[in-house]
Design a protein around this ligand. Structure first.
Ligand code: DQA
Length: 140
């Protein structure tokens, strides 16, 4: 059984309530039920972790980064600021796919740069929550 974890960073616990015109009206918990349903016949076990704290995101990457088969990471605003998260992604063995719900390239200039993209296996941007499904599909 493949082990794949979705890791969401700051403010993504607010999905469904936060700027729905950008991020949609679904909560991530509801979306996880839908996503698990999509992969029910696949040989993959999906798990989910969210934190608003950079250090907790680092700890989770360190914890699973040598044992899981794939990580889908939406680091939220830390994408654009965190050298520490980029170092962690570079350090671990598990491949990481960077996901953004919105098309960050259509938005403010400060969202155009990602410290994570150069150390991730791939990047999926702008497809809404569907981007997580596409990322999991890559590992299956
Ligand atoms: C985001 C884009 C980031 O710029 C923003 O800070 C987020 C969400 C996205 O999924 O579109 O928190 O990562």
């Amino acid at each position: 059984m493949l082990q794949v974890m979705i890791i969401n960073g700051p403010n993504l616990n607010l999905l469904g309530r936060r700027q729905p015109e950008i991020y949609g009206e679904d909560t991530f918990d509801d979306f996880m039920i839908h996503l698990k349903g999509k992969f029910v016949d696949s040989d993959v076990e999906l798990s989910y972790f969210q934190s608003n704290h950079e250090g907790e995101l680092l700890d989770k990457l360190h914890e699973i980064g040598w044992s899981y088969d794939g990580i889908v990471l939406n680091a939220g605003a830390y994408t654009h600021t965190s050298v520490a998260l980029a170092d962690a992604v570079a350090a671990i063995e598990t491949p990481v796919i960077e996901v953004h719900i919105s098309n960050v390239h259509k938005r403010e200039a400060f969202r155009h740069h990602s410290f994570l993209s150069p150390v991730c296996e791939g990047v999926i941007v702008g497809f809404g929550l569907r981007g997580y499904e596409l990322a999991v599909q890559y590992f299956v």
